[in-house]
Write a protein that binds this ligand. Sequence first.
Ligand code: PLP
Length: 431
Amino acid sequence: MSPPDRPEWSETGFPHIWLPYSQMKTTPRPVEAVATDGVRIRLADGRELVDGVASWWTACHGYNHPHIRAAVTDQLERMPHVMLGGFVHEPALTLARRLSEILPGDLGHVFFSESGSVSVEIAMKMAVQYWLNQGIKGRARFVSFRFGYHGDTIGAMSVCDPDEGMHTMFHGLLPEQIVVDLPRDDAGFEQFDRVLASRADEIAAVMLEPLVQAAGGMKFHDPSVLRRIAALCRKHDVLLVVDEIATGFCRTGTMFACEQAGVCPDIVTLSKSLTGGTMALAATVATDRVYDAFLSDRFDAALMHGPTFTGNPLACAAANASLDLFEREPRQDQAKRIEKQLLRDLQPCVGLPGVADVRCLGAIGVVQLDGPMDLNALRGRFVEKGVWIRPFGDIVYVMPPLVIEPEDLAVLTGAIIDVVGEWSAALSSGQ
Ligand SMILES: Cc1ncc(COP(=O)(O)O)c(C=O)c1O
């Protein structure tokens, strides 16, 4: 769209916004979204894009689902917000109970916050204080994994991949953690076993994204890896925090990824699809073992955390409505059907010059490239093709709404084949 065609609000507002993950000096002017419906995003110039990203992996039921809209509207009219300090309310208590019922094992104690990163911070505080409350000092470090991503706040950054988490730039600010390669074979597990054995007395917990290291490059691992990590945590009496913020709510084909490994972590973090992608809400959920360590006659054993909007009724109402949809509609089957179609339809990318790997898991399809990518140019090409697909790092991927119909999914995969094909041909011809 040429500048004179842009809406007035865009022209006057753009100079004043500071966008996420953007070099504001050089970033291309973003497209203006004005409405969403199902799996489509409408732009100010009238074009519609089929959405392959589900708004950073949140809009699992598609946009504007009438059931969530009705629940939020009803809650908005009765009580948009009331503090959770001193009050409780139905949306938060019902949601806490329902999450406890669907999470594995005895993960039954739910602490609400408003973003994934904050839920990770809370998990880290819980894990450290778990030991302190038992009189065990010095266990304040976390073991995390290369290619891991857990958020952008200081604690969460410290357990991200050191490069992506910009550990060098923020040296002195970030707590020092133990970031290791994800073990994938016997030698890797022996090494991991040695790290836990030699440093267990300084480790609070191991922190892992189950089955998919998402923002670190959509790297998959087998459920047996998660199972073996959980077993080693038990062996060395180290807590296991599983970050299901990206994987939770059927993204990998089961409600929670850790189900596929039969693992019940000590603490789990949830966000993104928790409200069906409609509102900011996150949860840090602990097992009885962790929770019980905070029960005491001493007040200072309590968890000292309380975001202003913790348990926001509107967001909890949206999450309860989202859980209704998971109960009523076949999201697991839809994720499995998406996986099947992605595996088939992305095949033409396999073997193209510059394509390093094509992989799919649940409703995640990834084409990994090995060659110079102009991310902005590729993103622009996808918009020209009528789809919303945003490559990052070395990957082109889709994580669409779980309700996407096969025809719309074919539009996404068709665009990937075209755009990756063009990129590959240009690479081969040395352009
Ligand atoms: C696995 C994981 N953990 C944590 C986060 C951070 O969540 P938020 O962006 O809501 O702070 C993300 C976000 O992408 C994530 O994928």
